[in-house]
Design a protein around this ligand. Structure first.
Ligand SMILES: *[C@@H]1O[C@H](CO)[C@@H](O)[C@H](O)[C@H]1NC(C)=O
Ligand SMILES: *[C@@H]1O[C@H](CO)[C@@H](O)[C@H](O)[C@H]1NC(C)=O
Ligand SMILES: *[C@@H]1O[C@H](CO)[C@@H](O)[C@H](O)[C@H]1NC(C)=O
Ligand SMILES: *[C@@H]1O[C@H](CO)[C@@H](O)[C@H](O)[C@H]1NC(C)=O
Ligand SMILES: CC(=O)N[C@H]1CO[C@H](CO)[C@@H](O)[C@@H]1O
Length: 368
């Protein structure tokens, strides 16, 4: 198996060009996953991959994570796996070397449902770009080798936040009147399941699928749902908008159930669900224990909870980022991401068993 893998990468290296890439091949062959491909929203992209991002950010931050992808979970995980950082799709140069190193198709504000405008990279668009990437690899490497490469790759999915945000930010519009919360969650989960089946048909066998974070505790929705004159929407005990968190939980539960079913049905697939909701909830409930001082207000923003206007410039940021749970309107700080990535990887530490049925460490080393 190991020799086979080295042969695969030696061949890939020859396709690329001579000696420089042989080192890369040897490095990759020592692990069980050859590359990581990322699809998602601002939980995987700091705006680098959003062609129109500065123009369409609306109520979002111009700097959803201070400009560097390396503080986001998929990059922290790539580090743990010894894999190269997946380059942003619109930045990479299209060389086979770049394609083989993994790519990030994610874009801040990407939704599961296709939006009316073309400005965002929805799930479908990102899936198609991944499909085309794999087709390109097949042309370059031949079917068998490309298929083996794909089987040994890992796909990271992180969607849904912006579908819910656009719903909550327009809470007096008719969407919720037309759909029950369950029907809404069902539509989104069905799309995610369809995406995972598509990935399986593309020969992908290892998938990480992130659940939604507790949106009802984010600075933006805390400020949006806070009505000073008529009372508070946020729960007195938890300090979060629990109406919203219930909807998030409904989606997460449904998604995890579907993943359990997919794992039973697609026997050689390994799909892992990561429950960032409960991880973050624990941090928000016991901020001091985890080393944080502020679990409600954003580090970079303006207005109530610094959650009315997003981060327009990093000059606006607070003095001590590591004291905050939230970086901006909806995105956690690097410290929180790092805690999450640690426990996604090892399953131990302070936030246990975020990823189910196995840790990402296990997913990484488990043969396909
Ligand atoms: C944001 O990034 C810039 C440039 O990398 C850096 O100088 C600044 O300190 C960062 N701000 C925070 C709050 O992390
Ligand atoms: C393309 O990007 C790869 C890394 O992703 C780099 O090694 C290579 O030199 C680049 N090629 C060109 C022609 O810029
Ligand atoms: C809700 O349904 C009504 C009547 O079918 C329709 O006119 C309206 O556009 C729908 N609103 C949304 C947001 O889907
Ligand atoms: C920043 O916050 C962290 C975590 O609360 C704390 O340990 C650290 O001492 C603070 N640093 C400064 C300079 O205040
Ligand atoms: C190809 C390869 O590196 N396979 C390894 C996957 O992980 C198991 C368990 O650590 C190793 O025994 C294999 O050699």
């Amino acid at each position: 198996m190991k020799m086979e893998r080295i042969a695969l990468f030696m061949a890939a290296a020859v396709v690329v060009m001579g000696t420089t890439t042989i080192a890369m091949g040897q490095e990759i062959s020592s692990s069980n996953v050859s590359a990581i491909y990322v699809l998602g929203d601002s939980s995987v992209d700091c705006g680098l991959n959003s062609m129109f991002y500065p123009f369409v950010h609306r109520s979002h931050s111009l700097l959803p994570c201070n400009g560097s992808n390396s503080i986001l979970p998929p990059y922290l995980l790539a580090e743990k796996m010894g894999l190269p950082y997946p380059e942003s799709f619109y930045i990479q140069n299209g060389s086979i070397e770049a394609l083989l190193s993994g790519l990030n198709f994610g874009a801040a504000e990407a939704t599961i449902m296709s939006p009316n405008s073309l400005s965002h990279q929805s799930l479908n668009i990102q899936l198609r770009q991944l499909f085309e990437t794999f087709q390109l690899l097949e042309l370059q490497l031949g079917q068998e080798m490309a298929s083996r490469f794909t089987r040994s790759s890992m796909v990271y999915l992180s969607f849904g936040k912006d579908d819910y945000i656009s719903l909550f930010l327009h809470r007096f519009s008719g969407v919720m009147v037309n759909y029950s919360s369950q029907a809404f969650a069902q539509i989104l989960v069905d799309q995610m399941v369809r995406a995972m089946r598509n990935l399986y048909n593309m020969n992908v066998r290892k998938v990480v699928c992130m659940g939604l974070l507790p949106l009802g505790c984010t600075p933006s929705l805390l400020s949006e749902w806070h009505i000073p004159t008529t009372g508070r929407f946020d729960d007195v005990v938890t300090g979060c908008v629990e109406v919203i968190n219930q909807l998030v939980l409904e989606y997460n539960t449904m998604l995890e159930q579907q993943i359990v079913i997919l794992n039973q049905e697609l026997l050689d697939a390994q799909i892992v669900f990561c429950d960032v909701y409960h991880g973050l909830r624990k941090i928000i409930t016991y901020p001091n224990f985890f080393g944080f001082k502020e679990a409600k207000s954003a580090c970079c923003g303006l207005g109530l909870y610094d959650g009315v206007i997003g981060c327009l410039s990093s000059d606006m940021a607070c003095n001590n980022v590591s004291a905050h749970v939230w970086w901006d309107l909806y995105n956690p700080t690097p410290q929180v991401n790092s805690l999450l990535a640690d426990s996604m990887w090892s399953g131990e530490d302070l936030l246990s068993d975020i990823c189910r049925p196995t840790t990402l460490h296990h997913l990484f080393y488990n043969p396909v």
